[in-house]
Design a protein around this ligand. Sequence first.
Ligand SMILES: NC(=O)c1ccc[n+]([C@@H]2O[C@H](COP(=O)([O-])OP(=O)(O)OC[C@H]3O[C@@H](n4cnc5c(N)ncnc54)[C@H](OP(=O)(O)O)[C@@H]3O)[C@@H](O)[C@H]2O)c1
Length: 287
Amino acid sequence: MTSSQTIAITGANSGIGLRATAALARAGHTVLALCRDPERSRIAISTATGNAANVQIIRLDLADPDSIHTAADEIATHGRLDALINNAAIFDLNQRTAAFTARGHELFWATNHLGPFELTARLSPLLAQAKHSRIIFVASKGLITMPLLRIRFDELDSPGWYSPTKAYYHAKLAQVMTAVSLAERVPENVAVTCIRVPAVRLDAARLATQPTVLRALYAPKNATAADPEKLAATYLRAATSTVAPQAVYIDENDRPIALPRAARNLNDRERLWSVSAEATGANAWAW
Ligand SMILES: NC(=O)c1ccc[n+]([C@@H]2O[C@H](COP(=O)([O-])OP(=O)(O)OC[C@H]3O[C@@H](n4cnc5c(N)ncnc54)[C@H](OP(=O)(O)O)[C@@H]3O)[C@@H](O)[C@H]2O)c1
């Protein structure tokens, strides 16, 4: 049994993030539930957690750097952060053409890679103060179907090669690479993991937002996909274990798995780190 910790999780209002928020709260941890729309999220979170007093909702839009700065400042007022779970991501297949943030970054790249990179950097001084801290990134098992995928340094923000699927997996590969790069930088008392999530049952509300064809295709897959509770348990173990993880890249059962080929390339990892730091201005890491 681990003592009570303070844990921030992004995308806390839906899917795996919602179940993880409830599981962490049940285990007695203080949960900083980061959500893009707190008003919309409040009912889901209070229902899932039984209105637990140890859950605080904080607004965070990962596609908006100002929101990241404000959320990081608010988290800092807690004076303590033991773990950060970078769970949130978009996979909106309705987004058939590339959309761009106010800073000109393609939306999937901004939300699923640059946002977590900047948030983690901003929170790193607080995480560095914890006796043991844990930083978790989330990738997708679907990456194994794209063994040749590499970071497109020629066109990171993807308009030339954009499709929502390609943009999603490109950003997920970047999450694996960022986890490996960060793990190489941190001291022993900081554990960095990237969890490779398999197909997980989507919440009905999320499925309803997908295009009709996809909903029909997804129905049988959704029936056999993993229970989000299972992944929530994986998140809980990664965020609270006092035992060092066996590897940076793990599956849903905590087993070490082979890195995607592109993530094994040190030059590409370092290049990704430096272009991400440049794009976000996140140069002030604690490590
Ligand atoms: N489900 C799967 O089959 C599967 C497979 C492989 C990997 N994964 C990964 O597992 C993680 C959780 O997936 P899930 O199935 O639980 O998905 P989900 O139910 O769609 O939840 C995604 C969460 O991300 C949030 N989010 C999206 N854009 C955001 C933004 N700009 N700022 C802040 N939050 C934002 C969503 O908030 P809103 O409610 O406001 O949109 C939602 O809370 C993701 O990283 C996903 O890529 C899932």
